[in-house]
Design a protein around this ligand. Structure first.
Ligand code: SAH
Length: 422
């Protein structure tokens, strides 16, 4: 397998001018996906700078440079992050004559809605967005009785080439900016605040409690923008969205140096590691980046993350029929995890495989799934099976492809119970 970009992932922005870039040869496992691993996103025209790209000091400077008093920055932040008001006419604490000018200077529209699909009686909403350069991404909002979870994309496409994932099969178009990531959450929060979703419990204004970086892309391959987004999400109102880091989950294929770095950021978000196999032979096939950082290395990094942040790590494990769902693999998984300690540092999240176009794999049989759970439990490993949302609108894990077909065929037949809003 060939790799592009730097697999050693130096800190972003860090370049040693004299050091040659060494791109090690990756050995293509026999009879596997021929997609390359891509660590560095192609450079494209940058999206316009947005309020959600800036920290509070930079916002004040930007406002002053535009000829306004610095305190206007706090007012704008309150409208954006706290009030979720995107119509500048409602910014009545600002002079009428400057509202539109400030809105267009600092809050350019980054996500153009292309299509929305809903299911689960309106409780699951998948949004397809077009970015300024035409790239397409998707996000999914899921309402549960007691909480709302927003699943966001961090890259247009993905370079990690996992063969069971529709996003991975499409390759990487580009990294998303901090504000492009934040805007997905703000849009979801706004929809809830405005009550545009079917709201069974009238009179209640639900809010986004959880954000999961499980949409398109490998978040840790777009480290700087993702950490920037985490800061915007967790900074208290009015300068940020004021979410708890505990409600945020970053899911990764296992880029070890970045896991280690994330532990030092002072934002104890939950780490989810997409393991999918307890042995290198199978994981090399299912998660090609395993050829760079193997099972032992990623599990060590996850353990270290739990130790540093005091946050329990989630091990994601898709169940694929007759591929990785045998009892001996459950035993091996328990061994791999327990070897690092039994003090509750980890939790296994089993995900029934969601179908993707052209894949030869299917979800495990129910009895194999039950047996897998039983083996883990009998060895003291906490385990849950994920309740997958949005499968019928291709909005479930691994189904986000943001395919062109989505927008060029507005009349696609949707399964019963699914409403398409072009
Ligand atoms: N790149 C990151 C985040 C995106 S995917 C990662 O891989 O972790 C979010 C989760 O969905 C991952 O655990 C991923 O392995 C899983 N997933 C991908 N394709 C899937 C599929 N077809 N069915 C079920 N889960 C899938």
């Amino acid at each position: 397998m060939t790799a592009t970009g730097s697999p050693d992932l130096p800190p972003e922005g860090f370049r040693t001018p004299t050091a040659p870039v060494v791109v090690p040869e990756y050995v293509q496992p026999p009879d596997r996906s021929s997609l390359p691993l891509v660590f560095t996103a192609p450079r494209r025209g940058k999206p316009p700078t947005h309020w959600a790209d800036l920290d509070p000091a930079a916002r004040r400077t930007a406002v002053e440079q535009a000829g306004h008093r610095a305190y206007r920055a706090r007012q704008l932040s309150a409208h954006y992050f706290e009030g979720l008001r995107d119509d500048s006419e409602t910014w009545t604490d600002l002079p009428a004559g400057v509202r539109a000018e400030l809105a267009s200077a600092f809050m350019p529209r980054l996500l153009k809605p292309v299509r929305e699909l809903t299911c689960d009686d309106g409780d699951t909403v998948k949004s397809l967005w077009q970015l300024h350069d035409g790239a397409l991404v998707e996000s999914v909002l899921m309402r549960y009785p007691d909480r709302v979870t927003m699943c966001v994309s961090s890259q247009a496409g993905c370079g990690m080439a996992c063969p069971f994932c529709a996003t991975g099969q499409g390759g990487l178009q580009r990294n998303m900016s901090t504000a492009e990531i934040v805007e997905q959450v703000v849009d979801g929060a706004r929809k809830l605040a405005q009550g545009t979703l079917a709201d069974a419990e009238a009179g209640r204004t639900p809010r986004v409690n959880n954000v999961v970086f499980m949409g398109m892309g490998e978040p840790l391959a777009n480290y700087k923008a993702v950490v920037g987004a985490l800061r915007q999400l967790t900074t208290p109102n009015p300068d940020g969205l004021g979410m708890s880091a505990r409600g945020i989950t970053v899911s990764t294929v296992g880029l070890v140096p970045r896991i280690t770095q994330l532990a030092t950021e002072g934002m104890p978000v939950t780490l989810a590691l997409s393991l999918h196999a307890p042995d290198d032979e199978l994981r090399d096939e299912l998660v090609p980046v395993n050829t760079r950082w193997n099972v032992d290395e990623v599990v060590d990094a996850a353990w270290e993350y739990a130790r540093t942040t005091k946050r329990r790590v989630s091990i994601e494990y898709i169940l694929i029929r007759d591929v990785n769902d045998q009892p001996r693999r459950a035993e091996q998984l328990a061994k791999v995890l327990r070897r690092r300690g039994t003090w509750g540092w980890v939790h296994v999240n089993l995900i029934p495989l969601n179908p993707t176009p052209g894949s030869r794999w299917t979800a495990s049989r129910r009895r194999d799934e039950d047996e897998f759970v039983r083996v883990l439990q009998s060895r003291g490993v906490p385990v849950t099976v994920r309740d997958t949302r949005g499968r019928e609108i291709d909005g479930a894990c691994g189904q986000l492809a943001a395919g062109q077909a989505d927008i060029t065929e507005p009349d696609v037949t949707t399964p019963a119970g699914v409403r398409a809003h072009a």
